[in-house]
Structure formats: C-alpha cells, structure tokens
Design a protein around this ligand. Structure first.
Ligand code: SF4
Length: 113
C-alpha cells in the first residue's frame, strides 16, 4: 500500500519526522492497522502548508495523484507531538481532506504515540 504523510508545517521547524519514518518501517503505531500482506511504501511526506492548514487539501490531492492509497496525518497534527501542542485546526484540516479525497482512500488520523 502506498502511503502519503501530511504533517504540521510549524512542527517542521524542529522535527525531521524521524519517528514517523521509523514507525512506518516497523509497521507500528497506526500503520499496524494496515493489511499485513501488503508492502508499505512511502510516496511523499509533506506539510499542511502552514496555518490555517487549507493547503493540506491540495497537497493530499497531489499525494494521491502520485499514487498514495492511504493518507496518514502525522501525530504532530492531532496529538501535538512532540510538544503536546495539537493543531487548533486539526479537525477542520483532517475533515476537509477526507471530504475532498472521498471514500476510496484510507486515512490514518495519527502516526505514532
Ligand atoms: S494549520 Fe495546524 S497543522 Fe498546519 S501549521 Fe498550523 S498548527 Fe500546524
């Protein structure tokens, strides 16, 4: 399964996404819920574009255009990792992407604990 990850632009300033990449490689966190018999391939890792996150929709479309079958929202968005500072727009951002991309793509609302 091809995966695209969308992360928080503000968190990008101090987090290179190491735990997301490691969690995906080890099929842990939310990636453990994906079918065991499918190889996981990361096709893109991109930010929301900055507050208030509206560019996440365009960026998710681009990930899908490049083959993503699953969009994962990095834990910096809803859980606020690693600072415990969730995105104030998390629900709007995630719901806008889900509405736009529709039912034929899988979504993961976080990546790791
Ligand atoms: S909209 Fe949310 S996810 Fe995007 S940069 Fe701002 S705080 Fe981060």
């Amino acid at each position: 399964m091809k995966i695209g990850i969308i992360r928080c632009r503000a968190t990008e300033n101090y987090c290179p996404g190491t735990t997301d990449f490691k969690t995906l490689a080890l099929r842990k966190g939310s990636f453990a819920s994906l079918p065991e018999d499918e190889e996981l391939e990361l096709v893109g890792f991109i930010s929301c574009g900055g507050c208030p996150g509206k560019d996440a929709v365009l960026r998710a479309r681009e990930l899908m255009r490049r083959g993503a079958e699953c969009i994962a929202f990095a834990s910096c968005i809803r859980q606020g990792n690693p600072l415990g500072f969730p995105c104030p727009q998390a629900e709007n951002l995630i719901n806008a992407v889900k509405r736009d991309l529709g039912p034929h793509i899988k979504f993961l609302d976080f990546t790791h604990k």
